[in-house]
Design a binder for this molecule. Structure first.
Ligand code: ZN
Length: 146
């Protein structure tokens, strides 16, 4: 675990060992799979969208500590947001991993800001958020068509 020493190790380890919102969501509005072949991380993201707001988010999958912690933190961060706000948060997270100062709105997900110093692990951290962007696009399309 040496690589994580100064990366808010405690919070990351805690979320990777006991991920929040882990498990399928049977009545999900959208279900999207994502993978990061460079590390072997994979996840399936479920969103329950009610009237344009994410009322529940969950995931299943397997991967390294960073990818699992990021997915766990993300499901907590986006619950209760509308689609536009979640899309904005995904953009902020990606910017943070590329080295921008962490946005306040990211909440506890800011513990992953140190990944910006580990370019090889960037995709581990952004996998969940990139999968979210696909899921948000699907949710918006479904909504437009209904
Ligand atoms: Zn990984």
């Amino acid at each position: 675990m040496g690589i994580l020493d100064d990366l808010y190790q405690g919070a990351i380890v805690e979320h990777s060992r006991r991920p929040r919102n882990f498990g399928p969501l049977p009545d999900a509005s959208v279900e999207v799979e994502g993978e990061n072949p460079s590390c072997g991380d994979e996840l399936t993201l479920y969103l329950l969208v009610d009237d344009g707001t994410i009322s529940r988010a969950s995931f299943v999958g397997d991967g390294c500590a960073i990818s699992r912690a990021s997915a766990s933190l993300m499901t907590e961060a986006i619950t209760g947001l509308d689609l536009a706000a979640a899309r904005d948060l995904a953009a902020r997270f990606t910017e943070m991993i590329r080295g921008a100062p962490p946005a306040e709105s990211l909440g506890e997900s800011r513990v992953l800001s140190g990944v910006a110093r580990l370019p090889a692990r960037g995709k581990c951290a952004t996998l969940a958020w990139q999968t979210l962007e696909v899921a948000l696009a699907e949710a918006a399309a479904t909504r437009a068509g209904s």
